[in-house]
Design a protein. Structure first.
Length: 352
């Protein structure tokens, strides 16, 4: 099962069968009419590929969801081929924890795989007040066709009821996202023209007398021409020796990459070496690192490994990312990595 997002409290993933009854009961308890059959229908459509359902769990409890259609089924966006976010809800007891924003982040990321635009409709009465504010903050704008009532544009001076059928349609431009395997012939310093390896660091993890502690280690890491030239040579070597190099592009510009070496490590040759994973400074927090990490894990499985091995930057921020992905301290340290980067944290990730 694909995990879209995960931290210590929140997991966002596709809808599962066990979610259907829990959501139906949860919304019924707060007086909302969302029957079990509605979620079962969503699940069937998800399986058929005609709808994606993004479900959030907070500390193991079903907290909220949104669905994503490949195109609008009503309103001014019909026939344009832009994905539409529909039926977005967070249970009241889980609101004001950032869950709604994370759900929308995920839905937009899924939409960006196929489109440079995402659309939605929002009701106009006060029950939609929080959603209206949220969409404006996230950059959604009205399409200019005015308000719609019962699936038709409402003309000037026409009467209507201010109910759930009175809708304003909004859209948001997205950066089109592409994840693909990089070829040897495109690996050149100019590939990184829009990539910024910049990381200010204040605190790092250090293992002292067998215990992990956080120490103040302020420095700033920024790559220049020499570093990008060396990087290019390393990635070319990875490809030539049978490894994998993946890049993620936003509007055609490389904004993240990862590499997995072909030769397995460890006494039983069970580790695949995740030799690098980086996201441009201007794109962090948008899910690109998670996307690349999961693709690296797929590559490691293809190489026949049981685990990923990561000699990871020891900054608090970097380690928080790896822990959120489920990494742990490596059972077996690789001597070469320890010698090259003695301050790195040696981690592993169990595959499958």
């Amino acid at each position: 099962m694909e995990i879209y997002y995960q931290d210590k409290n929140l997991i966002i993933r596709p809808l599962q069968e066990e979610d259907c009854g829990v959501f139906a009961e949860g919304f019924a308890a707060q007086g909302w009419n969302k029957p079990l059959c509605q979620f079962q229908k969503y699940l069937e459509e998800q399986k058929a590929g005609s709808r994606k359902v993004v479900a959030a769990q907070w500390q193991g409890e079903a907290a909220g969801y949104a669905t994503l259609l490949p195109g609008a089924e009503a309103g001014p966006f019909v026939g344009k081929g832009w994905p539409e976010i529909t039926d977005f809800n967070v249970l009241r007891k889980f609101q004001r924890r950032g869950i709604g924003n994370r759900i929308l982040d995920t839905a937009e990321q899924l939409a960006a795989r196929t489109s440079g635009q995402v659309v939605l409709g929002v009701g106009l009465h006060s029950g939609y007040g929080s959603a209206q504010r949220l969409y404006v903050k996230r950059g959604y704008v009205p399409d200019g066709s005015g308000v719609w009532y019962e699936d038709g544009p409402l003309g000037q001076y026409e009467s209507c009821n201010n109910d759930d059928n009175l809708v304003l349609y909004l859209s948001k431009k997205l950066q089109k996202r592409e994840l693909r395997q990089l070829k040897e012939e495109e690996l050149a310093p100019q590939l990184f023209a829009y990539f910024d390896r910049f990381q200010p660091v204040e605190r790092c993890w250090r293992k002292i007398d067998g215990n992990w502690i956080i120490k103040d280690v302020p420095f700033t890491e920024r790559w220049g021409e020499a570093e990008y030239l060396e990087l290019t040579e390393c990635l070319m070597r990875t490809v030539k020796t049978g490894g994998f190099v993946w890049g993620v592009f936003l509007d055609g510009k490389l904004k993240g990459f990862t590499s997995v070496e072909a030769d397995l490590l460890g006494g039983k040759c069970r580790y695949a070496d995740l030799s690098c994973i980086h996201v441009s400074a201007d794109c962090r927090g948008e899910g690109l690192g998670r996307l690349l990490f999961l693709k690296a894990a797929e590559s490691a499985v293809e190489l026949g490994a049981e685990k990923l091995y990561i000699s990871a930057h020891s900054s608090v921020e970097s380690q928080a990312f790896y822990r959120s992905m489920g990494c742990a301290e490596a059972e077996e340290y690789n001597a070469r990595h320890v010698e090259l980067e003695p301050c790195d944290c040696q981690l592993e990730y169990l595959l499958g």
